[in-house]
Design a protein. Structure first.
Length: 75
C-alpha cells in the first residue's frame, strides 16, 4: 500500500528472556533492522510468534507513513 514502510530483522529470544519481558521487566524490545535502523518494538506484538523455545525467525515490521504500527509478519 502507498505510504507503508518496511523494516526487516532477525530475532532469537530464548524463553527465559521472553518471560522477563512478559512479566514486566521490559515492555519494549530494541532491534536493529537489516536496513540499519534501531527500532523499539512493543513486546506484545511478538505474542503471536511465541513458542516454547521463545521467538526465533526473520520478521518484517510494517508501519504507516506516520510511523504507526500496522503489522508484524514472520517471513
Amino acid at each position: 500500500m502507498a505510504g507503508e514502510r518496511y523494516f526487516h530483522f532477525h530475532l532469537n529470544i530464548d524463553p527465559d528472556e521472553l518471560m522477563r519481558v512478559y512479566r514486566g521487566a521490559a515492555h519494549r524490545l530494541r532491534v536493529r533492522s537489516v536496513e540499519g535502523l534501531v527500532i523499539d518494538l512493543d513486546a506484545n506484538h511478538l505474542r503471536a510468534y511465541t513458542t516454547r523455545s521463545g521467538v526465533q525467525g526473520d520478521f518484517r515490521l510494517v508501519i504507516s507513513a506516520e510511523n504507526k504500527f500496522l503489522r508484524l509478519e514472520r517471513i
